[in-house]
Structure formats: C-alpha cells, structure tokens
Design a protein around this ligand. Structure first.
Ligand SMILES: Nc1ncnc2c1ncn2[C@@H]1O[C@H](COP(=O)(O)OP(=O)(O)O)[C@@H](O)[C@H]1O
Ligand SMILES: [Mg+2]
Length: 137
C-alpha cells in the first residue's frame, strides 16, 4: 500500500460519505485504536465540511482535495479548498458565555480536541488545513 492517497471531490456535502469511506479504507491497516479511528473520522468530516461550506462557499465547481499521508508516528491529513483562508485564532470562541447557545462554531474546537496538531496554511489557490493524529500521545 502506498504511503499517501488523494481524493478530489466537488463542493457537495453528499460527497462526505465518499470521503469517509475513502479514509476508513485507507487507514484500515494502520495501528490506531477504534477510538482514534472515530476521532479521525469526525475531524476529517468537520474539516471537509468547513472546506465545502466556508472555504468554497458551497460552489460545486470548486473542489476539495483530501490527502492522507502515513508517517512513522501516525497519520497526516491535508484538506485543501479553493477559498480565501482564515485565521483560526481569530474565530469566535464557542465556549465564550455569549456564544454558548450558538449551534455553529464547534467544528474547529472538536477537531483541536480530537487531533494532536491542527495547522491552517495558505495553499496554491486556496487554503490547506492539516490534521495530525499520532498512535501515541
Ligand atoms: N476552510 C475554511 N475556510 C474559511 N473559513 C473557515 C474554514 N474553516 C473554518 N472557517 C472559519 O472558522 C469558523 C469556525 O468553524 P467551525 O468551528 O467549524 O464552525 P462552523 O462551521 O459551525 O461555523 C467558520 O465559521 C469560518 O468562519
Ligand atoms: Mg464547521
């Protein structure tokens, strides 16, 4: 099995199931626990959802590229959209009392909690969110 795999989808939330199946299959033989697999699936789905909704503004002509890479300590996921990027530190804090009743704004918080590292970087014509999950803390 190769050390990385790539899937490109149009910005259509119906494609989230394909992303999920693609990742589940590809990481199948990596030595993650079931809990870690759940963490990865949830985080990937939140990141792709954000790429579709916020990055690509639900424009089906714009694509989201998902790359999975294995490295010695675990898995690196790259989710790249064709949007203008954002500053994750400037995003409203969903745990702020004033935002507690808001239904939105939890995706990034969840991702940060479940993954070991989260980075947002400018990419060629878009934004790349990198998620890292290690086998051991
Ligand atoms: N790929 C992205 N491109 C641009 N902005 C993003 C992206 N991902 C997240 N954001 C910004 O970060 C905010 C918080 O994301 P998130 O915690 O998932 O909450 P929600 O998706 O419910 O708004 C979004 O509302 C958006 O402003
Ligand atoms: Mg979100």
């Amino acid at each position: 099995m190769s050390e990385h795999a790539k899937l490109v989808i149009p910005s259509d939330p119906a494609k989230l199931v394909d992303v999920d199946a693609f990742a589940e299959h590809w990481i199948g033989d990596m030595p993650f626990t079931d809990d870690q697999r759940d963490d990865i699936a949830i985080s990937l789905s939140e990141a792709v959802n954000n790429a579709i909704q916020h990055g690509n503004a639900n424009d089906a002509r714009k694509r989201v590229t998902v790359v999975l890479r294995r490295f010695e300590d675990g898995l690196r996921i790259e989710v790249t959209d064709e949007g203008n990027g954002f500053d994750p530190d400037a995003v409203a804090d969903p745990t702020d009392p004033e935002n507690l009743l808001s239904e939105s704004g939890r995706g990034l918080l969840i991702i940060r909690h479940l993954m070991d590292e989260v980075h947002v970087r400018p990419a060629d014509g878009g934004t790349r969110v990198e998620l890292i999950k290690r086998y051991h803390d």
